[in-house]
Write a protein that binds this ligand. Structure first.
Ligand code: ZN
Length: 337
C-alpha cells in the first residue's frame, strides 16, 4: 500500500501570534515524530509538495464575498475573530493549505496512493460557505472533496464539531458528514438532532460525547456508526478531518483519549481510499504520539504505542451509552444502525 503525505515548510510560516495554540511547532513536532517512526519518505510513504489552490477551487465551496474578505483582511491584518488573526501571508498560506489538500486528493484519485494525509496549516473545518473562524480560513477538506466529485463519507474526529463542513454539505446527499466531538464545546453546534435538510436530510450525523470520554467508549461510538454507514452509503472516498485535540493532554478540551483511539480509527480506514487533512490538536507531546499512531493504523502497520489505553469513568460511560442508543433510535428513519 502506498501512502502520500503532502507537506511544505511554507506551512510553518503561518503564525497567528505569540501564545496562540495553533502554532507552527505543531507541524514541526508531527513531521519529526513521523520521521522517527519511519513513516516519512520511504518507498511506500511518499512526501509531496503542495501547489496553491486556484481561486476557482476555493469557489467550489466558498462564497466569493468570503474569499474576498480573507484576501482583504490579509492586506489590512485585521482579524476574522478574536481567535483567528489574519496576517499579510494568511490568504496566500490558506490557498496553499487548500491546494495541498487538493493535491493529496489527486494522488488518491489517480490511484498512485491508496490514502493520503495533507499535513497542512491553517486548518479548515470551522470554515463554512460564507463564514470562518476558530483558527480556520478556507475549508481545505471540503474544497478537495468537492473537486474530486466522488461520493464521500467525511469522518470528523476533531474534538470540536466542524460547523463549517456541516454548513457546506447541509443540503447535499452526495457527502455524508459524521462527526464525533465533545459536548458542550466550541463552536456550540453539533447536537444529534442536527441532521441536514432537503435532500441532505439524514446525511449529517453528529455524535456529541460527554467530557472525559475515554478510548473504550469513543471506539464504541465509532464502531457503532462508521461500519454500518459505510456499508449503506457505499462511499467512493473517505475524507477525514484529522484533529487530535480529543487527546487527554489537549489544553483546549476535556476529553480522555490516548493514541490507542487514533491507531484503531486509522485501522478501520485501511482498506479504503482515504484523504485525511490535519485539523486541530494542541499538545505537542500528544501530537507526537497520536499522528504516527493514526498513520500507522491507516497503513495497517504495527506500531508500539507508548501510551496506556484510557477507560471511561462508570457514570460517564453509562450516560454516553444511553445517548448512543437514543441517537441510533433517532436516526432509524435514515439508517440501520
Ligand atoms: Zn478542534
Amino acid at each position: 500500500m502506498t501512502t502520500a503525505l503532502v507537506y511544505s515548510e511554507k506551512y510553518l510560516e503561518h503564525n497567528p501570534g505569540e501564545g496562540h495554540p495553533e502554532r507552527p511547532e505543531r507541524l514541526k513536532v508531527i513531521v519529526n515524530a513521523l520521521k522517527r517512526a519511519k513513516l516519512w519518505g520511504t518507498p511506500k510513504i511518499k512526501v509531496l509538495g503542495p501547489k496553491p489552490a486556484k481561486r476557482e477551487d476555493i469557489e467550489l465551496v466558498h462564497d466569493p464575498n468570503h474569499i474576498e474578505l480573507v484576501e482583504r483582511l490579509s492586506k489590512s491584518e485585521k482579524p476574522l475573530d478574536g481567535d483567528t488573526p489574519v496576517r499579510k501571508n494568511t490568504y496566500e498560506l490558506a490557498l496553499l493549505a487548500a491546494g495541498g489538500t487538493i493535491d493529496a486528493g489527486r494522488v488518491v484519485l489517480s490511484g498512485d496512493a491508496l490514502n493520503a494525509f495533507a499535513l497542512v496549516r491553517p486548518p479548515g473545518h470551522h470554515a463554512g460557505r460564507n463564514h470562518s473562524g476558530g483558527f480556520c480560513y478556507f475549508n481545505n477538506l471540503a474544497i478537495a472533496v468537492k473537486s474530486m466529485r466522488l461520493r464521500t463519507l467525511i469522518l470528523d474526529i476533531d474534538c470540536h464539531a466542524g460547523n463549517g463542513t456541516m454548513d457546506i454539505f447541509w443540503g447535499d446527499n452526495s457527502v455524508l458528514y459524521l462527526s464525533l466531538h465533545q459536548w458542550p464545546c466550541y463552536p456550540g453546534v453539533g447536537w444529534w438532532d442536527e441532521i441536514g435538510e432537503g435532500t441532505g436530510k439524514g446525511f449529517t450525523i453528529n455524535l456529541p460525547l460527554y467530557p472525559n470520554t475515554g478510548d473504550d467508549v469513543y471506539l464504541r461510538f465509532v464502531r457503532s456508526f462508521f461500519p454500518p454507514l459505510v456499508e449503506q452509503f457505499k462511499p467512493e472516498l473517505i475524507g477525514v478531518s484529522a484533529g487530535f485535540d480529543a487527546h487527554r493532554s489537549d489544553p483546549l478540551t476535556q476529553m480522555n483519549l490516548s493514541s490507542h483511539t487514533y491507531y484503531q480509527v486509522g485501522k478501520l480506514l485501511h482498506e479504503f481510499k482515504v484523504l485525511a487533512a490535519l485539523e486541530g490538536g494542541y499538545n505537542l507531546d500528544a501530537l507526537s504520539h497520536a499522528v504516527p499512531a493514526f498513520l500507522a493504523g491507516m497503513r495497517n502497520q504495527q506500531l508500539t504505542l507508548k501510551e496506556g489505553a484510557t477507560f471511561t469513568q462508570k457514570e460517564i460511560k453509562e450516560k454516553n451509552i444511553q445517548r448512543l442508543e437514543e441517537i441510533k433510535k433517532f436516526l432509524s428513519p435514515y439508517w440501520s444502525l
